[in-house]
Design a protein around this ligand. Structure first.
Ligand SMILES: [Zn+2]
Length: 458
């Protein structure tokens, strides 16, 4: 493996040059004006996969943006790792908040600044360069590698699940490797083993056919804002933060002892955490730590609430209706559809006779993902990190959602290893996104060791 490390060093400048070219393509998936850039980025990835030495490299059209795929499957009797990444990026507004041009990769203070450096072009690039290093120097990989790079992650991976469904055989593998997440810090290497899911709804409570004068009618009929507030309070206990929707916790996979121990190792200062958020103190579900609450426990959140007069000055209105947007972050094995139904049934059941209730569900459901700590891929990732960072990784659960991870797990029936090299201050989805160059370099070594270790352990 020495020759690979030497090769990484010798090619640093070229890596930077190629990544700069990749970054320069403004492949913003949320904006149709960037269709051509999306296509250019897919073609760039296709060329990269080919020059890395992968075979059967091809762009596959979908109803949306193309998926790029390549493979090297010549390691007989060896396991197969499917590497996933995405070539699309987030929009760059507000542009005036960028200190360097968003699509010109600028090296400064050991960091690369530009949109896509960490999310996800820079991170996926790591694996392509590792594959290339193996195939150029050793003419082989320690195991079979399949690479799938999509162009719709930032808009919800709308067409990826269908592509996977239609190509189950092509994508069959023993594990999935994804570098699209963070570590806790440069010297706090970590592996993400859980992500939360999501379901999102809007509720409307109507008491009258139209707004009325609160002097004339106030006291005679129900106020829908008052009723909505009372109903929302019935959804989550104000003291314990336990969600009161019947059956809400039914499918929750409880934290194991081992997980509790691992999560407790993560450095966490609640007072500082609260201070950084401008909060007076932390608050959440009774019986769990902040780390557990944000990663391993489901929540019920009110995302917005409106009704009546909210403009300036006084308007003595008795509003006809009141509305709220509510969402629930989910954990394994809660099913978004099932939880949404439980919420709707419960919400309707607690409505008083004075109002009509309407509920609308949004179509952005996502399943949670959970990889057991003793999965082979987790062990391989931990061993690889130890080799490069000289310390054991922390194991973390992220509160956010990457629905595609659960899609992959469900459709392909294998675990996903979230071995991300980003850092918490990378400014993802914000101005001045960056990727630490040292994390890129360590990423090369870690990815190399991961493939090696996985081949050995599996
Ligand atoms: Zn990403």
């Amino acid at each position: 493996m020495k020759e690979l490390l030497t090769y990484f060093k010798a090619n640093e400048e070229r890596y930077q040059k190629e990544l700069t070219e990749f970054i320069a393509i403004p492949s913003i998936s949320a904006d149709v004006a960037h269709r051509k850039d999306i296509s250019n980025a897919a073609t760039f990835v296709e060329k990269q996969l080919k020059s890395a030495g992968l075979k059967n490299v091809k762009q596959y059209p979908t109803k949306g943006n193309p998926v790029v795929y390549g493979e090297w499957i010549e390691a007989k009797d060896a396991p197969t790792v499917l590497i996933y990444g995405h070539y699309d990026v987030q929009p760059v507004e507000p542009v005036d908040k960028w200190k360097t041009p968003p699509f010109t990769m600028t090296a400064k203070g050991g960091k690369w600044f530009a949109r896509g450096t960490a999310d996800d072009k820079g991170q996926l690039f790591i694996h392509l360069k590792v594959v290339e290093a193996y195939l150029k120097n050793l003419k082989k990989l320690p195991l079979n590698v399949k690479v799938i790079i999509e162009g719709e992650e930032e808009v919800g991976s709308t067409n990826l699940a269908e592509f996977v469904k239609n190509n189950l055989k092509k994508l069959s593998c023993d594990t999935i490797l994804i570098s699209d997440t963070n570590m806790l810090g440069k010297n706090k290497p970590s592996i993400t083993y859980g992500l939360r899911g999501l379901t999102y709804l809007e509720v409307s409570v109507t008491a009258l056919s139209g707004d009325q004068h609160s002097g004339t009618y106030g006291g005679a009929v129900a106020n829908p804002i008052q009723v909505l507030a009372e109903m929302l309070v019935k959804c989550k206990d104000p003291k314990t933060s336990k969600v009161k929707i019947p059956g809400f916790y039914e499918d929750v996979v409880p934290l194991t002892k081992k997980e509790k121990t691992e999560l407790a190792k993560i450095p966490q200062d609640d007072a500082l955490y609260a201070k950084n958020l401008g909060a007076r103190q932390t608050f959440g579900e009774k019986g769990f730590t902040t780390i557990e609450r944000t990663g391993a426990r489901p929540t019920f959140e009110i995302n917005g609430i409106w009704g009546g007069h909210t403009g300036t000055g006084v308007k003595t209105v008795l509003p006809a209706s009141a509305h709220a947007k509510v969402s629930m972050r989910l954990v394994a094995n809660q099913k978004p559809e099932d939880i949404a139904k439980k919420f709707i049934d419960y919400f309707k059941s607690i409505a008083p006779d004075t109002v009509r209730v309407e509920v609308k569900k949004f179509e952005n459901d996502g399943f949670a993902a959970l990889t057991p700590l003793d999965a082979v891929g987790m062990k391989a990732a931990a061993a690889a990190i130890k080799k490069v960072y000289k310390k054991d990784p922390y194991f973390t659960r992220e509160g956010g959602s990457i629905p595609v991870v659960a899609d992959f797990q469900q459709l392909l029936g294998v675990e996903a290893i979230l071995l991300g090299f980003g850092l918490p201050d990378d400014n993802l989805h914000a101005p001045n996104e960056k990727f630490d160059i040292s994390q890129f370099k360590k990423g090369l070594e870690t990815s190399m060791h991961f493939l090696e270790e996985y081949a050995k352990l599996k």
